[in-house]
Design a protein around this ligand. Sequence first.
Ligand code: GRF
Length: 213
Amino acid sequence: MVKIAVLVSGGGTNLQALIDAERRGEIRGGELALVVSSSAGAYALERAAQAGIEAVTLPRREYAARGDYDRALIALLQSRGIGLVVLAGFLCVLGPEMVAAYRNRILNIHPSLIPAFCGDGFYGLRVHERALAAGVKVTGATVHFVSEITDGGPIVLQQAVAVREDDTAESLQQRVMREAEWKLLPRAVSLFCEGRIAVDGNRTTILQGGNEP
Ligand code: GRF
């Protein structure tokens, strides 16, 4: 069983999608073992408590340098035997030490079709505001491995979502979460835990499962 840590900063709806998927038996080969929050007030902590998952708050501002934060995070993850780290609305950028310690074992969900509307400064509602400003007809979500380049690591899964003419950034954000993020993230986590994601440079291949056609 791969032990999974989910890193959060806010509401935690993606964490909830993982909890619900695990309950339905859809996270094959993995178990949610730890939730780490960068903020003591994150509602995601409540979700973890309700699901009986150990939760630890690690506030970024209490560490002078990013390297110190990374070291504390790595020590925590290693002490719990974590094999997969999932960033689910985690608002801190991980440093090179953390990325190297968990190379191709950190998954992030981003609310656009990478390489559109991603990189430094593209988070939360801003991503959807920029998509609307650009006039795209299709957006979506991407699950990718985390590398040293913001939103630049190997792409694992993508799901397109149609933009409506009357969409606001808020309505688009909600639909991207409902139609794409909450489905893609549990699926990618399960694929990882089943050992079905092969990585070659910046490209991934999804390996066929035993009971699939
Ligand atoms: C999601 O839109 C996710 O794509 C982004 O941050 C948001 C987190 O929402 N990285 P939640 O905390 O999972 O509800």
